[in-house]
Design a protein around this ligand. Sequence first.
Ligand code: FE2
Length: 385
Amino acid sequence: MSNIVNVEYGLEKIFDEAQDFLPLLGTDYIEFIVGNAKQAAHFYKTAFGFQSHAYKGLETGCTEYASYVIKQDKIKLVLTTPLHKDSWMNDHLSMHGDGVKVVALWVDDAKKSWEETTKRGAKSYMEPRIEKDQYGEVVRAGIYTYGETVHIFVERKNYTGVFLPGYEAWESAYNPEPMGLKFVDHMVGNVGWNEMDVWVKYYEDVMGFVNFLSFDDKQITTEYSALMSKVMSNGNGRIKFPINEPAEGKKKSQIEEYIDFYNGPGVQHIAVATNNIIDTVAKMRAKGVEFLSTPPDEYYKSVPKRLSDHNHELAEDIEKLKSLGIMIDADEEGYLLQIFTKPVEDRPTLFFEIIQRMGARGFGAGNFKALFEAIEREQKNRGTL
Ligand code: FE2
């Protein structure tokens, strides 16, 4: 338990301490700026089991950019690409490569969310605006967070359309089966040297979040590199944003590598939940998704003891987990199963985590060493360790 700070106080009590001036209903959508949205949508449909959902572009009268919305259960990704040379999105692409621009949060009152957060020091990205079509109206407003990343508050209680005004339903002849991804479990931001506490304070002061787990560079370290992480949560625990910063090690921290290639802070990984990680990961692997290398045999040999130390029993076949490279971590409350993709673009920046929670509410602290050694093998291949 030494890896986890604060958990002994009980998560419910900690969540109660979060401020309720910003009630969040969940993640609404995550928008990426990409070089070729049509191809990116095809990749996420094929490789991750997302479904065609909505579209905006030349055919719908939008001459500036094209956006493809793909959906799987509660997860909505928006893939947006500029159509002309003078778009601000080209600068975003040149600077960051494909990456996350918007983490949209579903709220009951977007105007109030914007007012409460800007009043507390958030920099405005978009003043409250009402968008309408024949299906009703949506209110959106936005604030900046780390780097060029933004949060947009989305109020959709008076809207019955497919996604947002201006979008049309995307009917595609190509509809691969879903792969069991359910919702966004957490989403991690990387920030620069000595900036973690700045952004922890931002989420506390501006958004009323609480810091409920902390990991220092003694806990997240390998022979070569280190990082520090603090997990921020909103009051109902639906939104969890761990924030990482690099730490000094013998070699380059994976966070520093990210910052170098992304040219600043940004979203490092999106963790998506499944109820059947064995089935989900087998399907993703069959469609060519690349995951970090499987931990060594000794790792899997230690799993039964790691679970029994916390009085848990593994419901899954450990040989299956091992053959798919899925990792296991346990705490008092239960265990979790997780695996990490390699970066999903050529720059070593954004990647995905697939997670199945079997009672545990942590983030796999017991897997950090095995995980980071796998990442270091990739860094070594890239010549960036
Ligand atoms: Fe994670």
